[in-house]
Design a protein around this ligand. Structure first.
Ligand code: NDP
Length: 285
């Protein structure tokens, strides 16, 4: 019997199947569009006529609906389904019930690297659901990435995944605004790269700009000291950023939203506190 069946052979599922093969596993593959299995079969994978085969099913598809469409009414008795697809926490919780009704166990997951990063050092995946089921298969799943268990609630893996993705996408988007702004003055985007790299390194550091750690502590304690850089000062400064972008002829959706959020926290009377106080406004829409 196969060690692992990979269901969904887009860029991610194909990279996973290939990585399992390279790690010496016996791999079965299934995809809605069957021809996508051809290269993997040539590399040693077994082609399945039906998706439900073997004890460990690893799914990488566009959504949880794709899992329902693929597995249909098949029983899942004794099988562990590890779904690494994107979805909402509510969808993941519902999927855990759906798999359990069919006799199987669902482990939910969010993988934190693009396909070329699968199996590479530094890769990690958030997993949630029943810990003992994950422990049983961790030896196989470790071929893909480090196994980072975040808790029993099936929705948690996607919450961690989306939290990280939100930080990732918003960081990259702010970089694009910054590059576009300097571009209006004829500055090449790569002129900005060393400064942005340094900023990110500083944010991750233990130094005075180490705001990731500092905010982590402040958000935990609910105390946001603003003696040296008040939120009010930063709300005013953010307003200047919006005006500058607008005057440069750029679109301002994201900076305006940021400014509105800062200004709201300021108007709520917390302008003397530090930037961390913005979280209080986020928590009360
Ligand atoms: P896609 O998200 O485009 O998923 C493609 C796969 O989904 C194909 O196997 C496709 O089958 C299948 N699929 C789509 N709809 C259905 C359906 N209704 N029934 C059955 N199968 C269906 O590509 P990726 O491989 O890039 O991503 C897979 C998952 O991994 C996604 O959830 C994504 O969010 C996540 N992910 C991706 C990353 C990346 O960088 N690529 C990074 C981290 C996570 P078919 O070939 O037949 O169309």
């Amino acid at each position: 019997m196969s060690d692992v069946t990979v269901i969904g052979l887009g860029p991610m599922g194909s990279a996973m199947a290939r990585t399992f093969l390279a790690a010496g596993h016996d791999v079965t593959v299934w995809n809605r569009t069957a021809s996508k299995a051809d290269p993997l079969v040539a590399e040693g994978a077994r082609r399945a006529a039906e998706p439900v085969t073997g004890e460990l099913l690893v799914i990488s598809q566009i959504s949880y609906q794709a899992m329902y469409d693929s597995l249909g009414e098949a029983r899942l008795d004794g099988r562990t389904v590890v779904n690494l697809s994107s979805g909402t926490p509510a969808e993941l919780r519902e999927a855990a019930r759906w798999v359990a009704e069919r006799g199987g166990t669902l482990i939910t997951a969010g993988i934190m690297v693009p396909p070329p990063g699968i199996g590479q050092p530094g890769a990690y995946t958030f997993y949630s659901g029943p810990k003992e089921a994950l422990d049983r298969h961790a030896g196989t799943l470790e071929a893909l990435s480090a196994v980072t268990y975040v808790g029993e609630d099936p929705g948690l893996a996607m919450m961690f995944y989306q939290a990280q993705l939100f930080v990732f996408w918003s960081s990259l988007t702010s970089f694009m605004y910054a590059a576009a702004l300097l571009g209006t003055a004829g500055v090449r985007p790569d002129a900005l790269v060393p400064f942005v790299r340094e900023l990110h390194a500083d944010l991750a550091s233990d130094g005075p700009m180490g705001y990731i750690k500092i905010l982590g502590e402040e958000l935990g304690s609910g105390v946001y000291p603003g003696d040296e850089n008040s939120l009010h000062m930063q709300a005013v400064g953010m307003g200047h950023v919006v005006e500058t972008l607008r005057a440069a002829g750029l679109e301002t959706t994201v900076p305006e939203a940021l400014h509105r959020l800062f200004a709201r926290a300021d108007a709520e009377g917390r302008g003397d506190e530090g930037i961390g106080t913005v979280v209080e406004s986020i928590r009360k829409p």
